[in-house]
Design a binder for this molecule. Structure first.
Ligand SMILES: [Zn+2]
Length: 331
């Protein structure tokens, strides 16, 4: 594996937003639903990662890159869940975790899902992954690589996705498959692709260039939901029960949660991570005080200096660089 999936940043952003919005905020339900959907998708990707890693481990001629975001034509970015590369071909996998029964109308190119009696139409994921293929073709051409055949697949990650009989009869699109079928499909592709487009060295060069061209998505979650700083609650949240604000004891400087009695002198560190996830990855003393609800400039200076953060600017407008959140995937 050359590039692992990494932190589920989007999930962390949504979680931070949920704990910091007031209890009855109008957007809270929608954000919670989005978080659930995102986490289900992430679980699906992880289960496909597992199937693939078993396969890739036993064959040395693959490079796997997960969650890769590249700049495409006209400054637009495109993102791939998983890209698997060999000297003979490249595979783009778009992982879908669908609950319920899937209906596919090949003529209309339309997908419909029926779950718990509810019908929902959605964008055809096959077209989505085909667009990624076209963009990757262009990318390879722009970087002077040979025209390695790129094959797009939509992978159904959930064993609970049912495919409607009407689909099975008319023949499932070849580029739609279940996760457990992946190893077999890969073996067949290997047997049918005799031509090597890239030498071992070129393949390594390609995967390293892809890795360096990866541009993480730095969009603002507040903008995405049309929210501003005024919508989010200030204060240090409790790392144990997520409630806020915690109260800081005057002399010891220890934070105490009045909901669950958790105490810690480092509780503010997670709240600074919330700032980084929701607002900006750099912070001034004043911004940190407003966000954490701390009045004393000196106290804030002490707390920030404890973290030995990198700094920018002069002593009047000093900005502290907040580190990316540490996170062990929980889902
Ligand atoms: Zn608590």
């Amino acid at each position: 594996m050359v590039k692992n999936r990494g932190l589920p940043l989007q999930s962390l952003r949504l979680e931070a937003l949920l704990r910091r919005l007031p209890e009855h905020h109008a957007k809270k339900d929608q954000i919670f639903q989005d978080l659930m959907k995102w986490q289900a998708g992430y679980r699906g990707e992880r289960s496909v990662d597992y199937v693939l890693s078993e396969f890739v481990r036993t064959s040395s001629h693959y490079f796997a890159l997960q969650d890769l975001r590249l700049q495409g034509e006209r400054q637009r970015f495109f993102q791939m869940d998983t890209l698997l590369l060999s000297s003979q071909f490249g595979l783009i996998l778009e992982v879908k975790n669908y609950q319920g029964t899937i209906h596919f109308d090949g003529n209309l190119q339309q997908f419909r899902r029926v779950h718990n009696g509810k019908q929902e139409s959605f964008a055809n994921p096959l077209l989505q992954v085909q667009r990624q293929q076209v963009q990757l073709d262009h990318w390879l051409h722009r970087h002077h690589f040979p025209p390695l055949p790129i094959i797009p697949f939509v992978v159904l990650s959930s064993p609970y996705t049912t495919i409607a009989p009407s689909v099975s009869q008319s023949g499932l699109p070849k580029s739609l498959l279940r996760a457990e079928a992946l190893p077999q499909v890969l073996l067949e592709l290997e047997q049918n692709s005799k031509h090597s487009w890239l030498s071992g060295g070129e393949l390594a060069k390609l995967s390293s260039l892809l890795l360096h061209s990866h541009t993480p998505d730095s969009f603002s979650i507040l903008k995405r939901y049309k929210l501003t700083n005024h919508d989010i609650r200030a204060g240090v949240h409790c790392p144990s029960c997520q409630e806020l604000p915690m109260f800081r004891r005057l002399y010891s400087g220890i934070w105490e949660c009045r909901h669950c009695s958790f105490t810690s002198n480092r509780a503010y560190v997670e709240s600074l991570q919330d700032y980084s996830l929701l607002v900006n990855h750099t912070v001034t003393n004043g911004e940190a005080r407003r966000f954490l609800g701390i009045e004393c400039r000196k106290a804030m200076h002490y707390l920030l200096s404890q973290l030995k953060l990198k700094q920018e600017g002069n002593s009047r407008i000093r900005r502290y660089l907040l580190p990316p959140p540490h996170h062990v995937p929980r889902h």
